[in-house]
Design a protein around this ligand. Structure first.
Ligand SMILES: [Zn+2]
Length: 155
């Protein structure tokens, strides 16, 4: 797929120091369109959708909020902690949303593995199918998300 001029502008916003200090691309040198296409293919292979992943992330965040900053159980072998820090982040795709810096950490109690994501991640996955570039500190690997968060198809 060919990258549009609009996507070039979005990709420019994702660079280090434009909207955020670290940016959204890490060391990824691919075009944004290719990052999106590759992750979309991976999510399809996993048998789920971006919307289903985002819905599960939201569900776990909401469950975790009841822990008031401490880990609490959120289903089979999973515990969740939700922390908020000051500040807000805009979406690099340029839509009007501004997102609070809420970190949700999901831990697999059997393996000890953890994934931390923000409200902006949930939005970017749901609305744009974007998981950040490879090498970004905040990159979420679709396979790891689906496994650790136990994402299941809705029907
Ligand atoms: Zn957006």
């Amino acid at each position: 797929m060919k990258q549009t001029v609009q996507m070039d502008k979005i990709q420019a916003n994702m660079r280090k120091g434009v909207l955020t200090l670290e940016g959204f691309l890490g060391t990824d040198t691919r075009k944004l369109v290719d990052i999106l296409v590759d992750d979309d293919a991976e999510v399809r292979r996993l048998g789920v959708t971006h919307a289903e992943i985002a819905r599960r992330m939201t569900e776990l965040k909401e469950a975790g909020e009841k822990g008031l900053g401490e880990f609490i159980n959120a289903g089979k072998n999973i515990e969740v902690k939700v922390d908020s820090v000051r500040g807000r982040l805009p979406c690099p795709f340029g839509d009007p949303g501004i997102f609070g810096k809420v970190n949700t950490t999901v831990r697999d109690k059997l393996t000890g593995k953890e994934i931390t994501f923000t409200d902006l991640h949930i939005h970017m996955i749901k609305t744009h199918g974007f998981y950040e570039g490879k090498g970004s500190r905040f990159r979420l690997e679709p396979t790891q998300l689906v496994e650790l968060l136990q994402v299941k198809p809705q029907s």
